[in-house]
Design a protein around this ligand. Structure first.
Ligand code: BGC
Length: 710
């Protein structure tokens, strides 16, 4: 008999339910605190996992309660939200995605896993894989942006990084793909709100990153708070049991989100907690995070016949199996070994690299990189010296004192320069009285670096914004500074694209510097001075106006596509249709041209390899690293296809004046789309391949080919 079978036989019902109970220890709060006598509960065998607790000593002490003081000695699993770093804090995922570099994505997850595993953590509540096309939704900062293909690659890289080869390896963490699913489509961008998406959107946009995560072997999945088409994800039998378990064969642990089991009552699908617990368990949720509903109410649900003991056993077996895969039965304390010497410094270097690669140069009228004769710089704005805000919304065990502010970064990089500073206004306040002092500074310098944006808590969970522009009096500050005539570079520290068309018109350069983590200031200084040539691209379309939202490149055509000369066409009376910046946009200090797109066959059948090649030439004096995107358009199909779908991208390093040929290989899967039954189907006919430096349709090279039936 296996260990798991014999444990299941030995367990009382209460002990089984204990394994399904995931409690918070309250070292940090990530939701409403639910009171609980955690220590006594652990001793009584009523807890299966603990989160929000870290540090080798406290974790070992807590683990001892389970291993040495409970009847069966089953070890606890310790979890934590490690979204963009554990001790070393990396850029928020939306920014890191902009590096379009799966190896980087993997390396930052690996570094976080090494740091966290040393301090007793076994499982990360990450990666967050919610595709989102709505910058009002604060959680857009935590995920991979708007595109399912990018989200899928991001999922695979993060899971490789967290989990390594084997979960039992030292330094590996179990990954949790979350939030399953479609929370990024919350009505009007309001966190936790209902989601109404078609079956097609689910299969084309919101499910693919989770499928990729399952295929990459991810250990756990967290169901989302939101409902999808009326059914809360915590009780969504069709998507949890049906899609994850039966279709994808996912045999890992599914956990609820924080108190989400209890919330089934509030959602209006369960009459009481007993029904809520039964609905969640029978839909496929193994672990109940924080609500305690399984522990308290499943016995009654059994008595009412709402669940079977076999349902409980199956869930417990999956939790025990995860503990076994993590090696916890062999050594429950095995992770509590200190990091090797030098590791921390290597991770800081990695954080610098990631931060530099995440900075997106949005516009530049020749002011950057800073010219050699610049001597006096005014660093103005509320984000210039905002140490804690650089950390971003999920800082795990990170510490503000490890963050380099923008002001510090610039001072260190520009020692020979005179740098003067004032905030001018606060991030959100109404007080404009500091603007005059800021204007006085601006009048007397060669360049102003204007540090604008959001605080860390303005993105992430429960941080939706109806007007995702610059908060407080920052616009007043910026316009009055620019009006002095001082050449102005604006930096946007933010967890989402910020609508500010006026800023792009008025400032000489604008950079999205997002929330870059520990090395924010150094990375920004490296880019402004030209020591690092920016290479990030937008993983999300940047709107001009909130009224354009949801906005994304992979939209479908209409019978009346936008046409400036046709009144009765699809457009706005008061705003252009085009975004401020398209998906994939991002400048560098170089100038690269693409020419000569060619494909190896004009007709193909399934099974043929389709290869596209394009020549990239660096026309500038600066070495550069460019990202080249390949989109596909299925011209005519029984279900209209998006105008462009990303199918591949390549990164190419180009020395000044040099050219390279970049090759892309497309697989049969690239040409498929979900049929009526949502299974992949192939329809012969015409396809366009579009290649360019962003999703800007005006600047794409096009080649056409046909799929013919065999
Ligand atoms: C969030 C999850 C997180 C959990 C535990 C919830 O409020 O939605 O993303 O993993 O808290 O901290």
């Amino acid at each position: 008999m296996s260990r798991i079978e014999s444990l299941l036989r030995a367990m009382t019902l209460e002990e089984k339910l204990g394994q399904l109970n995931l409690v918070t220890a309250g070292q940090v709060a990530t939701g409403p605190i639910v009171p609980g006598e955690t220590t006594q509960d652990i001793r009584a065998g009523l807890v299966g996992g603990v989160f929000n607790l870290w540090g080798p000593d406290v974790v070992a002490r807590t683990q001892r309660l389970a291993v040495e003081e409970t009847r069966l000695g089953v070890p606890l699993i310790f979890g934590l939200d490690i979204l963009h770093g554990y001790r070393t804090i990396f850029p928020v995922p939306l920014a890191e995605t902009g590096a379009f570099d799966p190896l980087l994505w993997e390396r930052t997850a690996r570094a976080s896993a090494l740091e966290a595993a040393c301090e007793g953590i076994h499982l990360s509540f990450a990666p967050m894989l919610d595709v989102s096309r709505d910058p009002r939704w604060g959680r857009i900062a935590e995920g991979p942006g708007e595109d399912p293909f990018v989200g899928s690659k991001f999922a695979q890289a993060k899971i490789r990084g967290f989990q390594g080869e084997r979960l039992s390896d030292r330094g590996a963490l179990a990954a949790t793909a979350k939030h399953f699913c479609a929370g990024g489509a919350a009505t009007a961008g309001r966190d936790y709100a209902a989601v109404d998406v078609s079956e097609r959107m689910l299969h084309e946009v919101y499910l693919p990153p989770f499928r990729a995560a399952v295929e990459a072997g991810c250990a756990a999945i967290m169901s989302a708070f939101n409902n999808v088409n009326g059914v809360p994800m915590t009780s969504h039998d069709k998507l949890l049991n049906g899609y994850l378990r039966r279709k994808l064969d996912f045999d890992g642990v599914i956990m609820s989100d924080y108190t989400a089991v209890t919330e089934l009552v509030e959602h209006g699908v369960a009459a009481d907690l007993v029904e809520a617990a039964a609905l969640a368990l029978t839909a496929g949720v193994d672990m109940d995070m924080v609500s305690g509903a399984y522990l308290r109410c499943l016995p009654e649900a059994l008595a009412r016949g709402l669940v079977a003991e076999a349902d409980i056993d199956a869930a417990v077996a999956r939790v025990l199996r995860l503990k076994e895969r993590l090696g916890l039965f062999d050594d429950p304390y095995r992770f509590a070994t200190p990091p090797a010497e030098g590791v921390q410094e290597a991770h800081r270097q990695l954080a610098l690299d990631a931060a530099r690669r995440a900075i997106t140069l949005l516009s530049n009228r020749g002011i950057l990189p800073l010219a050699a004769d610049v001597r006096r710089i005014a660093v103005i704005g509320p984000l210039a010296d905002a140490r804690a805000d650089m950390l971003g919304p999920w800082s795990a065990a990170g510490a503000a004192e490890n963050c380099v502010t923008i002001l510090e970064g610039l001072k260190a990089a520009l020692m020979a320069f005179e740098i003067i500073h004032c905030a001018g206004v606060s991030i959100e306040g109404d007080d404009e009285s500091g603007i005059e002092q800021a204007r006085a500074l601006a009048r007397d310098v060669d360049v102003v670096v204007l540090c604008l944006g959001e605080s860390a808590s303005m993105s992430g969970e429960a941080a939706s914004r109806a007007t995702p522009g610059l908060p407080g009096k920052q616009r007043q500050l910026a316009e009055r500074i620019i009006a002095t005539g001082a050449p102005t570079i604006a930096l946007l520290s933010c967890g989402r694209p910020l609508t500010a068309p006026w800023l792009f018109e008025q400032a000489q350069a604008v950079l999205a510097t997002w929330l870059l983590g520990d090395m924010a200031g150094r990375a920004i200084a490296d880019v402004l001075t030209g020591r690092f040539n920016p290479c990030a691209r937008l993983a999300v379309t940047w709107p001009r106006d909130v009224g354009q939202v949801p906005i994304f490149y992979a939209s479908r055509s209409t019978g009346r596509p936008p046409d400036a000369n046709n009144f009765y066409s699809s457009k706005y009376l008061d705003c252009p249709v085009e975004p401020q910046f398209p998906f994939g946009h991002g400048l560098s200090f170089a100038r690269v041209t693409l020419t000569n797109l060619r494909i190896n066959r004009l007709e193909f059948t399934l099974g043929d390899e389709v290869e596209a090649r394009v020549d990239a030439r660096n026309e500038s004096e600066v070495a550069t690293e460019e990202t080249i995107f390949l989109f596909l358009h299925d011209v005519t199909a029984r279900v209209a296809r998006p105008l462009m779908e990303l199918k591949a991208w390549a990164k190419v390093a180009l020395e000044p004046g040099k050219s390279k040929t970049v090759a892309f290989t497309l697989t049969a899967e690239s040409f498929s789309f979900p049929g009526d039954d949502m299974e992949p189907m192939f329809e012969p006919g015409a396809f366009d391949i579009l290649v360019g430096l962003s999703a800007d349709r005006k600047n794409l090279l096009t080649a056409s080919l046909r799929m013919i039936s065999t």
